[in-house]
Design a binder for this molecule. Structure first.
Ligand SMILES: [Cu+2]
Length: 551
């Protein structure tokens, strides 16, 4: 069923330069994650360029599970001190982090896999810093000149005249000046580097860094360009949460492999347009390994969970129904712990959780995503005394009053399909990346952004620079909205989930819902971006610049 109705000026805008007529449609047929379908039509080639192919897929589920220990990324080491760009009399740590190609074993029984990673590792080294402790990172592109994943040259920013390999780093969740924020057009090719300044004037939180190059971001991240960045502060220290070897990041993402153990990025089957709307793979990696295990003591642990997948949403449970005590979200601690039997994470979302294994001596507990095994915890019979705490209250998160907002913006999430109902691109507010900036919040002002999701899919929407709070979600009649331009609510106002009641930088905008967030645009003036964090969407127009302007 297609419902194609849209305002006239919108229809006009939907004409692609080559005259390809597009329509807004509802997608009902997509079997999400069917690699077989994606692999079905491997296209005919041109003589000059190799045609992107989805090769025969290795069945990850044929592997023996829980034979590799969970890797824990090493801590990034500074190589000296340099002048603080915002205060020349002060020195701050300087890091040099090179992006390199390397090979590693994803599983004991898989051949080594070629990856790209910061510091020659994926995930890259974990940065450890403190609120207000700025640092400098020289991000050096030491990658090869040719990409090993299928570039779609019809996508904006990835035209054939651009270098195949281009990178730029974004610190996700960082309150970062615009020149260091990793603007998608600020990419640079192999042999170049840029020094970015992260002032880190923000509360304790788990941030992460990853590639953000226009038009190929999904491929660069899939190749391995991501890592964890932890900000700490005195408030959090005083809570006596589990720390040191009892605090472990768990970075989840899915990957597919060919029979040689190499990354197998799905393609559409059309050699001119290999882009696919979402990538779902059968292998779930944790910190870069398939089916790892972790030896733990019978005590409390703090796990910093990150969904680093291109498109997959994770729904994590434990085989013995042990509760996750969620203590934090994207931008730091919750007001109080929330006991959960399952944790849901959209791409780019984080959850800070405590697991208490003290009642599970000698047990083997499996962490699952839906019904699939992901990793195993092996609880020892004994361990050191646990002096850590799980406080009843954590950090106050004062709610921003709606009345504080000086402006409310209604912003649509739109999927554009071709006449065969295949998604062609995704848009924010019906505007393309390269169109004039339409969102220009004033520095230190508060705004409400209403995200009107007219598509059939959930989209995790991320704003750079700012932290925000989720106000609510409410179902609306999408057809009425497109045909009459009227907002007709068809469901009750739904409050944020208990685990969403902290500061966020990424919000799940559910299909057919208006999701409202409120943010104060503080920190810096300048140009930033907001986008869907399904990387296939972000790369194909579901990203827009915004300007924070002076008062
Ligand atoms: Cu999206």
């Amino acid at each position: 069923m297609r419902t194609t109705a849209c305002p006239r000026d919108f229809a006009a805008r939907m004409l692609r330069p080559e005259g390809f007529t597009l329509s807004i449609t509802r997608r009902s047929f997509v079997q999400r994650g069917s690699l077989a379908a994606m692999a079905m039509a491997v296209g005919r080639g041109s003589a000059q360029k190799p045609v992107p192919k989805f090769r025969t897929e290795f069945n990850v589920n044929s592997l023996v599970q829980f034979v590799d220990p969970l890797p824990i990324p090493e801590i990034a080491k500074a190589s000296g001190l340099r002048a603080n760009p915002m205060d020349g009399s002060a020195k701050i740590p300087y890091f040099r982090m090179a992006m390199r190609q390397f090979e590693t074993k994803i599983h004991r029984d898989l051949k080594p896999t070629r990856l790209w990673g910061y510091g020659g590792a994926s995930p890259g080294p974990t940065f450890e810093t403190r609120g207000g402790q700025g640092l400098l990172v020289e991000w050096a592109n030491d990658l090869p000149a040719a990409h090993f994943l299928p570039i779609d040259h019809s996508i904006h920013g990835a035209e054939p005249d651009k270098p195949e390999v281009r990178t730029v780093v974004h610190l996700h969740g960082g309150k970062t000046p615009p020149a260091s924020d990793g603007y998608p057009e600020d990419w640079y090719p192999p042999g170049k580097s840029k020094i970015y300044h992260y002032p880190n004037n923000q509360e304790a939180a788990m941030l992460w860094y990853h590639d953000h190059a226009l038009g190929i971001n999904r491929l660069n991240v899939f190749a391995g360009l991501l890592g964890v960045f932890i900000v700490r502060d005195e408030f959090e220290d005083a809570l006596e949460l589990p720390r040191d070897k009892y605090e472990i990041p768990l970075v989840f993402y899915d990957r597919a492999f060919d029979l040689d153990g190499q990354l197998n990025y799905p393609v559409s089957g059309d050699p001119k347009n290999p882009w696919t709307p979402e990538v779902f793979c059968d292998g779930t990696l944790v910190n870069g390994k398939l089916f790892p295990f972790l030896d733990v003591e019978p005590r409390k642990y703090r796990f910093r969970l990150l969904n680093g997948a291109n498109a997959r949403f994770f729904h994590l449970t434990l085989s013995n129904s042990l509760a996750f005590q969620q203590i934090g979200t994207d931008q730091g601690l919750l007001p109080a712990p929330v006991a959960l039997t399952h944790v849901s994470l959209a791409p780019a979302e984080r959850a800070d959780v405590i697991l208490d294994f003290s009642g599970n001596r000698g047990e083997k507990i499996i962490l699952k995503n839906d019904n699939r095994n992901v990793m195993q915890f092996r609880v020892a019979e004994s361990g050191a005394r646990d002096t850590s705490a799980l406080p009843k209250t954590l950090r106050p998160v004062p709610r921003i009053a709606e009345s504080a907002a000086v402006r409310t913006r209604s912003l649509t999430l739109v999927e554009i399909d071709d006449l065969a109902q295949r998604p062609v691109m995704m848009l924010l507010n019906n505007t393309h990346w390269s169109m004039t900036v339409t969102e220009s919040p004033v520095l230190d002002s508060t705004e409400i952004w209403e995200l009107l999701n007219t598509t059939d899919d959930a989209h995790p929407i991320h704003l750079h620079l700012v932290r925000f709070q989720i106000l609510d979600r409410r179902a609306f009649d999408v057809a009425t909205y497109w045909t009459k331009g009227q907002m007709k609510f068809i469901g009750p106002v739904v409050a944020p989930e208990p685990g969403e009641m902290g500061w966020k930088d990424t919000v799940r905008a559910d299909p057919g819902m208006v999701t409202r967030i409120v943010a104060r645009f503080e920190g810096f003036t300048g140009r930033y971006v907001w986008h869907c964090h399904i990387l296939e969407h972000e790369d194909n127009e579901m990203m827009r610049p915004f300007d924070v302007v002076a008062k």
